[in-house]
Design a protein around this ligand. Sequence first.
Ligand code: NAP
Ligand code: F7E
Length: 336
Amino acid sequence: MSKLAFITGITGQDGSYLSELLLQKNYKVYGIVRRNSTIYNYARIEHIREKLNLVYGDLTDGSSLQQTIMNIVNSNENFEVLEIYNLGAQSHVAISFETPEYTAMTDALGTLKILECIRTFSKEIMKKIKFYQAGTSEMFGEVLEKPQKETTPFNPVSPYACAKVYAHHITKNYRESYGMFACNGILFNHESPRRGGNFVTMKVVNAVKDISGGELDCLTLGNLDSMRDWGHAKDYVRGMWLMLQQNNPDDYVLATGHTTSVRQFVEMAFMHENVSIVWDGDIGKDSITGKVLVKTDPKYFRPSEVDYLLGDPTKASEKLNWQPEYDLEKLIEEMF
Ligand code: NAP
Ligand code: F7E
């Protein structure tokens, strides 16, 4: 009997690592891809594209989701399990301030549309479907507790986080109302060499490489003092899969339990190239030559900021036996 997986956001950082993991475990993997005017968005899954079953679809298009999920169920008689991983999202916090409606349609209502698709199946089929919702530490926002764990109240401060809070609650509501096997991950920042170039870690790594290679003079950033709990995406997709292998559905924080400022991340990245940074306020200089290598620009600051994130992954450690294998130094090494 076959194990099936359907992934929204399969072309993204997490979708690509999760696909690799599930293929290794002999799942038949389906995913939706968006029609795009360039072929760039296949880059992260190019190496496994032939092994995946890809169809066009979009989280804002309920009929495409309905048709895709229905086709997966109908074309795999007697399947053992269908795991649906909802990783698709407008995932950039700063961009969510510029596209708040689109972010809500994709990240909040897109989740509801999938849950509604699952609900249309008979009880017998529904019992074989498991759902994972890609929740985020951004939901803690202006944090009400340190460190943050599953019971910490949400206090979102961006359109992205507000949409994800809706997705979290509607997932829990469908679990409780209809007995669905539906889990919320509450994942802290996770990065990798496949991280999008407009997230801060990848932006810093790329800039440090370009400065070392003489192609860039200076790295320009926004808030240097926010603190993030950064892990590696490979560890986090393993955690998602583990959540769906439990006897009962539940919600879990995945985090490293360590927090680092953007400023410290910048220092570590330059140190990788043997450059030591000294700070004069928010200006970062090469400690030997005095050359300005880091500065800030108001355009990279957000209308409201999440200042401090530090996750407590005790529940995932105890119940899922999940531990991250990467620390920040190993992550940065791999990103370079
Ligand atoms: P990512 O690299 O930005 O990937 C996002 C994926 O969503 C892409 O495949 C993208 O497709 C797809 N997508 C965007 N809009 C869509 C739409 N309207 N319909 C269908 N698909 C759409 O994100 P990630 O870092 O892999 O994160 C995966 C999920 O985890 C996201 O939901 C994110 O919000 C959440 N999350 C991420 C982190 C983190 O630190 N990485 C932490 C917590 C939660 P295209 O390739 O076509 O753009
Ligand atoms: O920002 C600061 C910025 O965009 C991290 C997403 O995956 O993780 C991610 O959201 C910090 C923020 O990630 C720049 O203000 C400074 O304080 O890399 P980021 P994020 O906003 O934490 C969560 C868990 C998700 O769920 C999201 O999907 O870095 N920062 N200067 C900057 N950030 C960016 N992007 N660019 C800068 O120039």
